[in-house]
Structures are given as C-alpha cells and as structure tokens.
Design a protein around this ligand. Structure first.
Ligand code: BGC
Length: 462
C-alpha cells in the first residue's frame, strides 16, 4: 500500500465526518421544532423534562449538604459547604462502578450506592455522625441532593421514575421505578440519618452551579454536559411549558422552570443527523440501538469506539498496521482520551501520536500511519463539537436569548469539553452558523464539579 493511497483514504474517511453550514442550520431548526413539540405534550421524541427547579441561585446561598452523583463511570459522594459568596468547599470520594452493577439488579446497584454514602459519612463526618447516630431514622439530619444523570419522568423535586438507561447501563428492573425511593430505602436500611431531598440531572446541577459561581450580574441560561454522555438543561418560562399543569399549587407563583432537554436522544429518527457506516456499527454494539443517536455522535463514551471501528476497517483493507490489529478487535477498548491526546499533537513527526499508539495499542507506527490516525481523529472530534454547537445555538434561538441579554452565560462540564483541544472554538463555529454575529455575546464557562454543587443547591431549595 503506498503512502499516498493511505493518506487519500484517510482524508476521504475524515471528509465523511464533515458537516456543512446548511446541514448545521437544518439540524438546529429540527432541534427547535422538536423542543417546541416536547414542551407541549408528553411522549414526544424530545423528552423535555420539567425539573421542578423553579429558581436559579445568585451566589448568596449558604449551608452544608450531601450530594451523590451517578451518571457515568464513577459514583461520587460529596459534602458541600456553600459559603454564600459564590464559592464553596467540597469534600468528595469517587468509586468506580463495577461493570456487573451496571447491568445487574436495582437492589444490587442502590445498596452499593447507600453503602458508599455510609462509608463517606463515617469517614469524613464521623464526629457529627456519632452525635446523630442515636437519632431515630426518620430524623433526617442530612439533606442529600441526588444527581442521577439518566432520563427520568420527574414529578416533583425529589420524585422521578426512570424512563430508560443510557451510557451502557442496563438495570432492567429499575426502569419505571422511582429512583429517589430506591435510594432512600437502601439508606434507611442502613439507618442513615439522610433524606433524599432533590433529584437532579447533571445538566440541571451544572446550570445551578454555574449560576451560583458565575461572575457579574449575568444570568446563566444553559447547563451543558459534554462528557461520557451529553445533554443540556435551560431556564424556560413556566408559561411556555404547556404540558405542565400550571394550575398546580406548587407552581402557583413560579415564573421559570429549568427544563432538562435530554438532547442525547435528539433525532433518533435520523432525519437530519449525519450518518456513517461506523456510526451504525457502534449503535448496534450498544444495549439501546436506535436511541441516543445524537449522543452517540457527540459524547465521550462513543468517540473512541467510532475511531476504533474506522482504524480496524483501514487495517482490514490493508491500509494500516500491517503486522497486527489485535488491540483493535475488542469493542470499547479505545478510551476517548486518546482523541484529545492525538488532537493535541502538532509536532511535524507526530511524536505524541507515536507514543500514544505504542502505549495504548501496543502498535509501532510509520509517520504516514500517524498522519492518517490524526486526520480521522480530527474528523470525529470536529463533528462532535459542531453538533454540540448546533443544538446549543438551537436553544438560544428558541429562547431569543441574544436579543434580550447583553451577555448569555453558559456553564459546561465534562471531559470532552474540558480536554479536547479547540473544542470550544469549533462549537463557536457552529454557533455562529446558527445565530450569526450574536455568537460573540455568549460566555462559556467550565462548571467544574458542577453536578455535585448543583445538587447541593437543589437540596437547599427543596
Ligand atoms: C443522559 C442524561 C445526562 C447525560 C450526561 C445522557 O446519557 O440521558 O440524562 O444528562 O447523559 O451525563
């Protein structure tokens, strides 16, 4: 195989991940259409979940809360002290969720979570805990915000039944159950003085946390996750959410509600999203084929797998790695961080790519092979960022946000946004395509640990 044919093939593959300005505009228009429908009634393609969070913080909030976060590869337990001046102190432990629990029973998963809360309280809050150990269980001393980053049908600030799992989780008997009650039950069995006060999607937490700590007077309108999965939540006027029972007492004097869009499942019908044969192959490997089609083109869990599929095909066609393909034959074996690290290498000889492929895949490379890998990574990464920009732009158009605000603040969390070089710039290219020159009014800030702090803020208002 000649060098030029390898690079021609890699260039042509990379082009398959291109998206034109017209496509991006079409994607954002379809997104706006589906968000409107989702606000009108239940059972629409975009879930548009009311969060029952009816206010956003301004930085003056105070108090100490517990928070737990289930949503990706790790389970986190933290205690958060809000200082009331936009800052906070956070103490946290992280545990990897064993794969067997991601696909086991609800009892196994939720009792694991409760045990981690127990360990955390005993280790980090021991003194206070011992004082309180004598109290009856129903004296719930700690208020806990539960960040649960999967689609739930939320009916109150601390009530919500699981609609479906995403991101590789598949605990069948939890679907349709109230996840707050599942957790509360296990906490009560351990006699922990903890009350699950708020159920929070990570995007809602990110929005709250950014709003608490964002500089200046501007209000944060959107919270975005670009990590293992992707999703966005934004501040909507209650009057626009036709499907809410606006006459309900709980909403009587409320003007806004944070809406969790669940944009990961935008365009599951594949009307406007780009599609390659590798996307289709990855989709078929997941426990939920045909769902989360937007997420499967954008978020960290899937980008490494798309790359693996492309590289394997190039090997099978005789273009790449002639000696071995063994490391490429195992599904989900390429971590998405590979894409960020490859993208970051701008040396002429791609020395970092050389060491990444050698260390992570155990494969020696020639320079043209490394150039090919880089071209493909760029295609996959750029498509992800442009798609993210198109839907963020869609929300801002829907809200007419740039017409009514001099600065539009957005909080983002997640490893793809944080570590993929140039991701924000690429997102801004799509934002400009969708909203024009107003793109310059958008301020994007990282909301690090946003979901934990946000859960505390929700527990506070609950
Ligand atoms: C879930 C969302 C979540 C997002 C980011 C998606 O798979 O459906 O609820 O916000 O991942 O964690």
């Amino acid at each position: 195989m000649t060098t030029s044919s390898l690079l021609e093939e890699a260039t042509s593959i990379s082009k398959q991940f291109d998206i034109s300005k017209d496509q991006l505009v079409g994607i954002s228009e379809e997104f706006i259409r589906l968000t409107d429908l989702g606000l009108k009634s239940d059972g629409m393609p975009m879930t548009m979940i009311p969060s029952y969070v009816t206010g956003v913080p301004n930085g003056t909030e105070k108090g100490t809360f517990l928070a737990v976060d289930l949503g990706g590869t790790n389970f986190r337990v933290c205690s958060i002290h809000l200082n009331g001046d936009g800052t906070f102190d956070l103490l946290q432990t992280k545990s990897v969720i064993p794969r067997s629990l991601m696909v086991g029973t609800a009892k196994e998963l939720f009792s694991f979570l409760a045990k981690k809360v127990d360990e955390f309280i005993r280790t980090h809050l021991e003194e206070k805990f011992n004082e309180e150990l004598g109290h009856p269980v129903n004296e719930h001393i700690y208020k806990l915000g539960f960040t649960f980053s999967f689609p739930v049908n939320q009916t109150a600030i601390n009530r919500g039944t699981l609609i479906r799992w995403t991101k590789g989780f598949d605990v069948a008997d939890a679907v349709g159950k109230d996840v707050c009650l599942l957790l509360q039950h296990e906490l009560d069995l351990l006699k922990l003085p903890v009350h699950v006060a708020a159920l929070v999607n990570d995007t809602v937490g990110t929005l709250m946390s950014r709003s608490y700590s964002s500089p200046g007077e501007s209000v944060t309108l959107l919270g975005v996750i670009l990590g293992t999965g992707t999703n966005g939540a934004y501040v909507e006027s209650v009057a626009a959410v036709d499907k809410l029972d606006n006459s309900a007492a709980a909403l009587a004097d409320k003007s806004i509600m944070v809406i969790n869009t669940e944009w990961g499942s935008f365009d599951n019908d594949m009307k406007v999203l780009p599609r390659t044969s590798w996307d289709d192959a990855v989709d078929l490997e997941t426990p939920n084929p045909g769902y989360q089609m937007f997420e499967k083109r954008v978020s960290g869990m899937f980008l490494g797998e798309i790359l693996r599929r492309v590289l394997l095909e190039l090997h099978e066609k005789g273009y790449l790695f002639p000696r071995s393909s063994a490391p490429l034959t195992t599904a989900w074996s390429l971590d998405t961080s590979i894409l960020s690290r490859v993208e970051a290498d701008s040396t002429p000889d791609l020395v970092a790519v050389k060491s990444i492929v050698e260390t992570d895949l155990g494969l020696p490379t020639t320079l043209p092979e490394r150039q090919a890998v880089k071209l493909i990574v760029e295609g996959i990464g750029k498509r992800s960022a442009l798609l993210a920009g198109a839907v963020i732009g869609g929300i801002l158009v829907h809200l007419k946000a740039c017409q009514s605000n001099p600065v539009v603040d957005i909080g983002v969390d997640g490893s793809v946004f944080e570590f993929y070089p140039g991701y924000e710039d690429l997102m801004r290219v799509a934002l400009k395509d969708v909203i024009g020159e107003d793109e310059s009014k958008i301020r994007i800030g990282i909301a690090k640990d946003g979901s934990g702090v946000g859960a505390a803020l929700c527990a506070l208002v609950a």
